[in-house]
Design a protein around this ligand. Sequence first.
Ligand code: BTN
Length: 149
Amino acid sequence: MVQATSFLLLLSLALLAPGLSAKQCMLTGRWINDLGSNMTIGAVNNKGEFIGSYLTAVTASSNEIRMSPLHGMQNIINKKSEPTFGFTVNWSFSESTTVFTGQCFIDKNGKEVLKTMWLLRSNVDGIDNDWKATMVGNNVFTRLRTRKE
Ligand code: BTN
């Protein structure tokens, strides 16, 4: 009788445990940030690497905005449910480069959110202008929902 009870207890734990595990925050998909910029991140491979595309809503240049490629890596040590990551956007329409670093969080409503900070490096004329070449800021990304969802 005791054995049967223990077995049933173990069985119910095994069945319930997966549901108790923390939701995994995933980078793959379409995102929009607080400036209205859109980005799409492709599959994250087994080394944590990913590529994607970025359409900024704003620019520090006077050029026409175009879609730009991004290359990044997610930290895969310990397979955390809220992983850190970094990516670089190599702007197609300006001579600048932006690096983003951040963490993928599950907020209190169960929604995924990317909290990031960035450095935007402009191309300046000569080393004497290096001091004014870098801007810093932060962006918050949420999933871009399609009308079907
Ligand atoms: C440039 O202006 O030379 C390239 C575009 C830079 C856009 C910046 S990157 C940081 C910030 N977050 C965005 O989504 N866009 C701006």
